[in-house]
Design a protein around this ligand. Structure first.
Ligand SMILES: *Cc1c(COP(=O)(O)O)cnc(C)c1O
Length: 452
C-alpha cells in the first residue's frame, strides 16, 4: 500500500519470544523502581502502570512502523498505537519530515501561524458539521471546553453522559467514567466536589429509554463517544446516535460527539460520517496530532462565535495550536486523505477478527470480538457487549493471562480489558498473520488453564 514508510533499525537486531511472561526485562524493572519513587505509580497516565493485568510496565525505547521496542531491546507488534493517534504507524517518514522542519523553525511562538489555519481547513473539509474550530492541547481540554460552550449557548447546567464513557479527566466528566477509572474499579474520582458531580447524569450506553427518562430542560448537552472506546470497543446500536440527535432537537440540548478517539480513525470524516449523524459540537484529539499533544472542538459558526475573543465564553492556551503538533497533524491528515488507508485497515482488521474468532472457537474460549474499522476489543465473555455493564461481565483474569501470553509472544496489547486496541497502516498482511498465529497459541493456553 506504499504508505508505511517505516524500516526496522539495522543496528541492534531485535528479538522476542520471552516465555516467562510476568518477569519483565531488567531495564524496564529498574526504571520502574526509580519511576515509582518520583512519579505516582511510576507513570504519567494510570493505565500505563499495568495494574489491570499485573506485572511491570514496559519502558519504551523507540517504535517504528507497527513495531515497538522496549529498553531491554525486546520487540513487539504494537496494538496500542499510543492509544489511537498512530494510525499511520510509528515514524512515518512524511510526518517525521514535517516535524523536523517545523522544529527547526521554532517550537512555540504564542502567536498565530499559517499551519493552524491549514489544519483547521483540513478538519473542516473532512467533517461537514464543523464550520469553525478551536485548537487546544489535549482531548481533555477539548471536551472541557465543549461543555463550557454548550452551557454558554443554552444557559443550562446539566450534562448527560454514558456509563463507561470517558471524555478526559474533566471534573464533571469523571462520573462513572471509562478508561483508567473503570480499569481500577474507581469510576468516580476523589476530589470532584459533589456539587459538580451532581450536574452530571450518567446512563447506560446504547439505551435511548434511559436518556429519555432523564432528559429535562436543564440539560445543556449530551456527550457521547459515537463508538465507545474506553470501556473496550462498543459500537453504537443502530439508531442510537440518531435517537440522541432527536432527543436533543426536542429538548434543546446540544449533542456533543466526542470523536477524540474515533475522529479520522474509523473514517476520514469520523464516526459521524460513518453513522450519518450531525452533532452540534465535535471534539477531536489523538489522530489529528499524529502523536503530538493536540485537541480541538468545533461546530457551527454561530455556536463557535460564542468563543472568546468573538464571544463571552472564555477559553485559551499558551501552547494551543503548537506549530510542531500542527505540523504532525497536517502531515498525518494529508497522508490519510490521499490514500486507501481506511479500506486497507478494514480489510486487515476483518482478517484479524476472523482469525481470532476461529481460534477462540477451536479452543473453546468464549469471547466477544467488537470492532469498528481498525479499533477493536477481544472481550473474554460470550457477550454480547453493548454497554458498560455487559463489558464488565468479561473475565479479567483470563484477559490478564491472555495479555501476558501475548506479550511473551511479542505482541503489545492495551494492558486493560476495558480499552480498545488499534491497528495502523503499518500493520502489513504478514503482521496480521503473525498476530493470528500468536493469538491462536495464547488462546490455546488460556483454554488449558481456564476451560477444563
Ligand atoms: C483519549 C480520549 C479523551 C482524552 O484525551 P486526552 O488527550 O487524553 O486528554 C477524551 N475523549 C475520548 C473519547 C478519548 O478517547
Amino acid at each position: 500500500m506504499g504508505v508505511t514508510g517505516a524500516r526496522l533499525p539495522r543496528t541492534n537486531p531485535p528479538f522476542f519470544h520471552r516465555y516467562n511472561p510476568p518477569a519483565m526485562g531488567k531495564q524496564s524493572d529498574a526504571l520502574f523502581q526509580r519511576a515509582q519513587q518520583v512519579i505516582p505509580g511510576g507513570v504519567n497516565s494510570p493505565v500505563r502502570a499495568f495494574r489491570g493485568v499485573g506485572g511491570t510496565p514496559l519502558f519504551i525505547e523507540q517504535a517504528l512502523g507497527a513495531r515497538i521496542f522496549d529498553v531491554d531491546n525486546l520487540q513487539y507488534i504494537d496494538c496500542v498505537g499510543s492509544w489511537g493517534p498512530m494510525i499511520l504507524g510509528h515514524g512515518h517518514r512524511y510526518v517525521v519530515e514535517a516535524v523536523k522542519k517545523a522544529a527547526t523553525r521554532g517550537f512555540s511562538f504564542g502567536a498565530p501561524t499559517a499551519g493552524e489555519v491549514e489544519l483547521a481547513e483540513m478538519v473542516i473539509q473532512a467533517v461537514p458539521s464543523i464550520e469553525m474550530l478551536r485548537l487546544v492541547s489535549s482531548g481533555t481540554e477539548a471536551t472541557m471546553s465543549a461543555l463550557r460552550l454548550a452551557r454558554a449557548a443554552t444557559g443550562r447546567k446539566k450534562i448527560i453522559k454514558f456509563d463507561g464513557g470517558y471524555h478526559g479527566h474533566v471534573d464533571s466528566l469523571l462520573v462513572k467514567a471509562g478508561s483508567g477509572g473503570a480499569t481500577f474499579n474507581v469510576p468516580d474520582s476523589a476530589g470532584v466536589p459533589k456539587e459538580v458531580a451532581e450536574l452530571t447524569i450518567s446512563v447506560a450506553y446504547n439505551d435511548l429509554e434511559a436518556v429519555r427518562a432523564v432528559i429535562s430542560d436543564d440539560v445543556a448537552a449530551i456527550i457521547v463517544e459515537p463508538v465507545a472506546g474506553n470501556m473496550g470497543c462498543v459500537p453504537p446500536r443502530e439508531g442510537f446516535l440518531q435517537g440522541l440527535r432527536k432527543i436533543c432537537d426536542d429538548s434543546g440540548a446540544l449533542l456533543i460527539l466526542d470523536e477524540v478517539m474515533t475522529g479520522f480513525r474509523v473514517a476520514y470524516g469520523g464516526a459521524q460520517s460513518l453513522y450519518n449523524v450531525t452533532p452540534d459540537i465535535t471534539t477531536l484529539g489523538k489522530v489529528i496530532g499524529g502523536g503530538m499533544p493536540i485537541g480541538a472542538y468545533g461546530g457551527k459558526k454561530k455556536l463557535m462565535e460564542l468563543v472568546s475573543p468573538l464571544g463571552p465564553m472564555y477559553q485559551a492556551g499558551t501552547l494551543s495550536g503548537n506549530p510542531i503538533a500542527v505540523a504532525a497533524g497536517k502531515a498525518t491528515l494529508g497522508v490519510l486523505k490521499n490514500s486507501a488507508i481506511y479500506s486497507d485497515l478494514e480489510e486487515r482488521s476483518a482478517e484479524f477478527e476472523a482469525g481470532v474468532r476461529a481460534a477462540a472457537e477451536k479452543h473453546g474460549v468464549p469471547i466477544t470480538f467488537n470492532r469498528v474499522g481498525s479499533m477493536w476489543t477481544l472481550f473474554f465473555t460470550d457477550g454480547p457487549v453493548f454497554d458498560f455493564e455487559s463489558a464488565n461481565k468479561s473475565n479479567r483474569e483470563k484477559f490478564a493471562r491472555f495479555f501476558h501470553l501475548m506479550l511473551g509472544e511479542g505482541v503489545y496489547l492495551p494492558p486493560s480489558q476495558l480499552e480498545a486496541a488499534f491497528f495502523s497502516a503499518a500493520h502489513a498482511k504478514k503482521d496480521i498473520l503473525q498476530l493470528i498465529e500468536r493469538a491462536d497459541r495464547s488462546l490455546k493456553k488460556v483454554a488449558w488453564e481456564f476451560e477444563k
